[in-house]
Design a protein around this ligand. Structure first.
Ligand code: FES
Length: 574
């Protein structure tokens, strides 16, 4: 071994000339690797979330091959490994339940293997935070390559966006405005290429967060999955991660408080998903950065919406890439961004974006001519959400941002589904729909059901939005005046559990207020009479999750996963 290679983790596996070294090399050679690959060069893990059950990541084998090409070119030794893949559309009860489990898989797979640096292949919503969280708890040099968004959907000559079109069209079917046959035809028109949701949903948001955090190469977020430049980026990432190992450029040098502040501001400017709140809090918790729910409001509530993408606007990720992508947004934010924050390519975010062009001012606006003023996530508090709740004002109906109405209460999602279509449901346009039992512990896993579909009797009258409140999440592709992530959740005894049918609820986003309009005495009486519902698990991971999951205001990570445990060399296995 050279002096340099003796510093690499992988040398503790592949560098020995004893029995253990023989074992580690010999079995690897059954794959046809020549002996010189074990000469002390950096071993790069390619953490792959490929799965045919995760359609957004189904093209990742091809991307991994391009990363490998780059690693070899730079003198590294690439080794691809699978980790648990979380597909948003198929996995039940909700992919979010397994984000933390997947992060454990990632963390232990990296630490337990001869890996010096890692490329994280991320796509569908939860695959980005789970891989970053797991890698952050190891703190090796790491770089994210996102899979890229699908091409824009097109139905009967009209562009349609992932998710967003589903919510719109299914409401049209329920309102009798769209034929079922057309609705079913739209399935293949919406998802017509490899890639993840091409609206500014959670996947595109998290890919943009990766870029804003400095974890991905410039333009990582927006290049379409099938664009040849996506494969160029993957190859360049492979080259670069080898250099990062030589430079010892660890995740903790990039994931600083400043990087998270940049991400929060970019999330506001792009009209990003409310799910970013949970994921950024959880990522920060793994690297020991002190980030709080309130930071999202304090740092970005007054930032304008600059990017006109669905669900807040009208364009799609393909348009965003052609217009200049995240680098153009970062440039537009000027000194609101910490421009000296370091990124994976060894340059600062300011250096990366100083000359970033914008090619379409309809898609990416100038800072002085935004689509909407003050578009950042608002953090609400009050006797209904003592630990906070969030709303995405850019996706809400402006006149409902200050509203007082009577609660229509659903005790859980089954209760909601059983009653929402009934003609006798006592609901009108001034009602506040309240859904319980959908928080981290209660569901369990905090599903994306907070954007409750409206009752048909309102839809038929042309009413498209009412205030909705829950301890659930909302798909990043959804929209509406939807208050989410109420903490503490109802299953943990939060005041949401105590709301009764007909109670008045007051939402005042400007005042950051969410109040249940009953007396403290009445609230106390209800609390004394309340008992926790039985946990919805009988052993296994779900039991572990319910017992250890933190509330939404702490990112819903498991309490014992907080922090960085490093990448020390584990004891030998034989
Ligand atoms: Fe995978 Fe939307 S379902 S990104």
């Amino acid at each position: 071994m050279s002096e340099k290679s003796s510093k690499l983790r992988s040398s503790h596996w592949f560098g020995g000339r004893d029995r253990d070294g023989f074992i580690h090399r010999s079995w690897m050679k059954n794959q046809g690797f020549p002996h010189d690959l074990f000469d002390g060069r950096p071993v790069i893990g390619i953490c792959n979330t490929f799965s045919e059950l995760t359609p957004c990541n189904a093209h990742f084998r091809q991307i991994a091959e391009r990363v490998k090409r780059g690693v070899y070119e730079a003198g590294g030794f690439p080794l691809e490994f699978p980790v648990m893949s979380l597909g948003e559309t198929n996995l039940r009860p909700t992919a979010m339940l397994f984000r933390n489990l997947a992060s454990m898989d990632v963390e232990e797979s990296i630490r337990g293997n001869p890996i010096d640096g890692v490329v994280l292949l991320c796509g569908c919503d939860k695959t980005t935070p789970s891989l970053v969280m797991g890698a952050a708890s190891c703190d090796l040099p790491a770089l994210v390559v996102s899979g890229g968004p699908m091409l824009s959907g097109n139905f009967h000559g009209v562009e349609i966006g992932s998710g967003t079109a589903v919510w719109q069209m299914s409401e049209d079917v329920r309102a009798g405005k769209m034929k079922l046959a057309d609705f079913l035809e739209a399935e293949s028109c919406m998802s017509r290429s490899a890639g993840h949701c091409m609206t500014m949903g959670t996947a595109s948001t998290m890919a943009s967060m990766v870029e804003a955090l400095g974890l991905g190469l410039p333009y990582n977020a927006a290049i379409p999955a099938v664009d040849s430049r996506r494969y160029v980026l993957a190859q360049q990432a492979g080259r670069r991660v080898v250099e990062m190992v030589h430079e010892d450029l660890k995740l903790s040098k990039i994931l600083t408080r400043e990087a998270f502040e940049n991400a929060i501001r970019v999330n506001a400017a792009i009209g990003g998903s409310s799910n970013a709140v949970l994921h950024l809090l959880a990522m920060a918790g793994r690297v020991g950065v002190n980030l709080e729910l309130q930071d999202f409001d304090t740092l970005a509530h007054d930032l304008p919406l600059l990017v006109d993408l669905m669900p807040s606007g009208k364009f799609l990720m393909e348009d965003f890439y052609y217009a200049g992508g995240v680098p153009a947004v970062l440039r537009e934010l000027g000194n609101l961004i910490h421009r000296d924050a370091l990124t994976v390519n060894g340059k600062t975010i300011g250096e990366n974006t100083r000359e970033a062009p914008c090619w379409n001012r309809e898609v990416i606006r100038e800072f002085s001519q935004p689509i909407r003023e003050r578009a950042g996530i608002a953090v609400l508090r009050g006797n209904l959400a003592p630990s906070g709740a969030v709303i995405k004002p850019s996706a809400a109906t402006p006149r409902l941002l200050q509203h007082r109405g009577r609660a229509v209460v659903f005790e859980n999602i089954e209760d909601f589904k059983a009653r929402i279509d009934r003609a006798e449901l006592a609901v009108d346009e001034n009602s506040v729909m309240v859904l319980k039992g959908c928080g981290p512990k209660g569901y369990p896993g905090m599903p994306e059901v907070g954007n409750m579909p409206l009752p048909p009797k309102l839809l038929k009258r042309g009413i498209t939005d009412v205030v909705r409140i829950s301890d659930a999440r909302m798909s990043g592709t959804a929209y509406g005046t939807v208050v989410l992530h109420v903490a503490p959740e109802s299953a943990a005894g939060g005041p949401l559990a105590l709301v009764e049918e007909g109670d008045e609820v007051e939402l005042d986003v400007a005042a950051r207020k969410l109040e249940l309009c009953i007396s403290d005495d009445e609230l106390g009486r209800r609390r004394a009479a309340w008992s926790a519902p039985p946990p919805r698990a009988n052993g296994g991971y779900q039991q572990l999750y319910i017992e250890h999951v933190l509330q939404a205001d702490h990112g819903a990570d498991l309490d014992f996963l907080l922090g960085c445990r490093g990448a020390g060399i584990p004891r030998e296995s034989h």
